[in-house]
Write a protein that binds this ligand. Structure first.
Ligand SMILES: C[S@@+](CC[C@H](N)C(=O)[O-])C[C@H]1O[C@@H](n2cnc3c(N)ncnc32)[C@H](O)[C@@H]1O
Length: 150
């Protein structure tokens, strides 16, 4: 077992999961604020130079987990580790957000997909070294192709 503490929480416009866009073609453009606890503010030093951030957070409103599930973007079941399901053995969420500005311990960001008050576990600068032509999108590409045909 490991234990973790939150470094802050997400101020989000979403108070209910049903209001968060999901499924194929869902656009995540909502703005929110990553409110970092005062004792961790020094850890934000120099973060302003990054356009995008990885945010690791806790699915604190999820219960239990399912190793197989049918995501909103498909009508076929997939393994939990091949999806972004909230019901995971370790309920950790990962979101890439755009950093709009920093106001002391508050990071104003775009593209939040969490509930209001979601605990933040960590923040890291987003750096991608994978060329687009090397990426494979697995079952998601197949689901998108089927939708395009339908
Ligand atoms: C499909 S997950 C993807 C989250 C993240 N981008 C990821 O890949 O880990 C997004 C969904 O998680 C759910 N969710 C958001 N915040 C949550 C929270 N604090 N606890 C439990 N479920 C949450 C909402 O239903 C939302 O639509």
């Amino acid at each position: 077992m490991y234990s973790m503490r939150s470094i802050g929480s997400v101020k989000s416009p979403y108070s209910k999961t049903r209001n968060i866009p999901k499924g194929l073609g869902a656009k995540h453009e909502a703005e929110g604020v990553l409110e970092i606890l005062p004792e961790f503010e020094a850890g934000l030093t120099d973060i302003e130079g990054f356009s995008h951030l990885f945010v690791l957070w806790l699915f604190d409103c999820s219960q239990g987990f399912a190793l197989l599930g049918t995501p909103p973007s498909d009508n076929r079941p997939h393994g939990v580790f091949a999806t972004r399901s909230p019901r995971r053995p370790n309920p950790i969420g990962l979101t890439v957000v755009e950093l709009l500005r920093r106001d002391g311990p508050r990071l104003h960001v775009r593209a939040v997909d969490t509930l209001d008050g979601t605990p933040i576990l960590d923040i890291k600068p987003y750096l991608s070294s994978v060329a687009p032509e090397q990426l494979r999108r697995g079952w998601l590409a197949e689901a998108e192709a089927r939708k395009g045909q339908g």
